[in-house]
Every structure is written in C-alpha cells, then in structure tokens.
Write a protein that binds this ligand. Structure first.
Ligand SMILES: Nc1ncnc2c1ncn2[C@@H]1O[C@H](COP(=O)(O)OP(=O)(O)O)[C@@H](O)[C@H]1O
Ligand SMILES: [Mg+2]
Length: 314
C-alpha cells in the first residue's frame, strides 16, 4: 500500500453535487504543492474544473491548469479516434473507415465501447509518456469521475471485457488495463459524500459494489459538514432552554435537529466502513470567502491525511 499522494491514480466519485470536482481539484492542488505532476481528467462532461482553475472548457488534449497540474476532458469519440489512429496509423484511413456517423453508431450500439475507449485513454496516459501526449509523464492521475453508478460502469468495464472476449490482443489489453485499474497498491477510490441520508446510503452501496468488483478502496470524504456538531449536546440543551423564545428558538431548534441527523449519518459511515479513513470537510461560506471551495479544501486535505498513513486497510 501507499499513502494517498504516492498513488499513481485516484478515482474521485460520489453522488451528483456532493463535491467530487471540488475534491478532485483540491487533491490536485495539494499534490502539486508537494511537487507531484498531476494529470486531472474530467469524464465527458462540461465540468467545473475550468471554473476552479480559470480558462476555457477543457478539451481532449491536456493543458496546464496551474503549475504542475494538467487537465483534460476525456470523451468517447476522441478517445476512439486516438485509439484507432494508434492501430491504423493513418488519419486518412481512419476517416475512410470510421466516417463520423459510423463512429457514433458504434459508440452507442456496442455495449461498453464508449467506456472502454475512455478507460483506454486513461490507461494510455499512465503507460505512454513524453511529448506525444502533450504533457510530461504525470506522477499522479486524478479522475474526476461521473456520479457513482456511471463511475462504477466506467471503471470496471475492462474487467467485463477481459472476462467476455475470446483470447487475443483485445482480451490481453483489457486484462492489463484491469490490473492497472484494480491495483490496491497503485490506485485508490475516494468516496465523497455529504453528512445526509441519501448520499451516505449511496456511499455505502457503492463502496460495496467497488469492493465486490475488485476496485481499490480509499478514504471517505464527508464534505460540507455543518459547524457546531462537536457541541451537538450543547445545541440540544440550548434548544430546550430557548424554546419559549420563539423566532430564534426555531432557528436553534432546526439547526439542532440538522446537527443530530448529520451526526447520525456520520456515525453510520464510520461504523459501516471501519477500514476506511473517514475525514470531514466543513461547510465553507463561499460568499464570505469569495473564492472557490477547492483552495481551502486543499489545505484541509493536506492537514487531514498524515503523509505516511494508508487511506484504507485491507
Ligand atoms: N466544503 C464546501 N463548502 C461549501 N461549498 C462547497 C463545498 N464543497 C463544494 N462546494 C460547492 O458545492 C457545489 C458542488 O460542488 P462540485 O465539486 O461541483 O460537486 P460535484 O462535482 O460532486 O457535482 C459547488 O458550487 C461547490 O463550490
Ligand atoms: Mg463534478
């Protein structure tokens, strides 16, 4: 096992809107501040990375987002093009064989082809280094994955292909890819959640699915934790005392209730995932801070992960 920043690949996943992109960007900033060259991938989305780092939407070719951090948006169409070019060598030949409509047809008609092309692209960056890919060899690849269900499908496609295809180069490649994606030594999955029932349930469900499929484990980030829960008992007492004070009382009351629910969900996560490092990131008042959450989150992550500690124990 390796500590988090010493991994080669980190998948960041979780329910929609919980802070995956913020966490992925924060991990990248933290890693870059520790002199790692980071390649940050968005998966076929108009994600928020450009909002965090500035600049235009990300394309298929990596561009430098900040010192030591390169970013790209992987999409199935261009990944397939690139892969076909590697095999076919000639652009003209590619265009003749894979006319646009045909490519779209294949990508929708052949199950898992889109996922296979995209995982192939990630794997390729891990394997092949140098000028050709437009970046220096990355120390760490961070994948800002789609929401849990899609992330699961994406990451375990190489396994499905390796199991289903007859012996040959396709099977061999898929097996090599799967060895890379599932390596508990080189890779980690970071599960981001909120301290709320639905995202916590989804985290538990997908942590199990990932584990059953043989995907690597990793830390759980509880994001946007409301302040004051360390004193939940005092809030509850205040709630009892203040009940006659009406307006303010209602606010205290609802906050006390939210804190208690939040605590319940965080306890569930810790009990159910005892082998995972579970860290909390507070809710940040973005209006007050006037900047993206990724920067303060990066500082918090670096303080919460001891450099020599494994994020997950088998
Ligand atoms: N700890 C936090 N405190 C306050 N706002 C946050 C925090 N983490 C993320 N956000 C905000 O929540 C929103 C969703 O975050 P994002 O990282 O885009 O989620 P996802 O990628 O999972 O959809 C963004 O507006 C982001 O700035
Ligand atoms: Mg996102």
């Amino acid at each position: 096992m390796r500590s988090l920043l010493n991994k080669r690949t980190i998948y960041v996943t979780g329910k929609g809107g919980v802070g995956k992109t913020t966490t992925a960007a924060a991990l990248a900033k933290w890693a870059a501040s520790e002199n790692r060259r980071v390649l940050l991938f968005e998966i076929n989305s108009q994600g928020r990375l450009p909002a965090i780092f500035g600049g235009p939407p990300l394309g298929h070719a990596p561009r430098e987002l900040a010192p030591g951090i390169w970013g790209a948006n992987i999409n199935p169409r261009e990944s397939m093009h690139e892969y076909a070019l590697l095999v076919l060598k000639f652009e003209l030949l590619y265009r003749t064989i894979f006319r646009n409509k045909l490519v779209d047809y294949f990508l929708t008609a052949v199950p898992s082809l889109a996922e296979l092309c995209m995982t192939g692209k990630i794997w390729h960056h891990h394997q092949v280094t140098g000028e050709y890919l437009g970046t220096p060899p990355p120390d760490l690849i961070i994948v800002d994955c789609p929401a849990s269900g899609h992330a699961y499908t994406l990451l375990h496609t190489p396994k499905v292909i390796a199991e289903l295809t007859p012996p040959g180069p396709m099977k061999e490649n898929a097996q090599k890819m799967w060895d890379y994606f599932s390596s508990p030594y080189d890779a980690a999955s970071v599960f981001v959640t909120l301290p709320e029932e639905m995202p916590v349930n989804e985290t538990l469900e997908f942590e199990k699915k990932f584990r059953d499929a043989g995907l690597p484990g990793g830390p759980v980030i509880i994001n946007r934790v409301l302040p004051g829960y360390e004193n939940a008992a005092r809030w509850a007492a205040a709630r009892r005392n203040i009940q006659q004070l009406d307006g303010a009382a209602r606010m205290v009351e609802s906050h006390a209730i939210r804190l208690a629910r939040q605590q319940e969900q965080m306890d569930i996560l810790r009990q159910r995932l005892p082998r995972h490092q579970v860290v909390e990131i507070p809710w940040i008042n973005l209006e007050e801070e006037q900047h993206e959450a990724a920067l303060p989150v990066a500082t918090m992550l670096s303080a919460r992960f001891p450099p020599d500690q494994e994020p997950f124990s088998d």
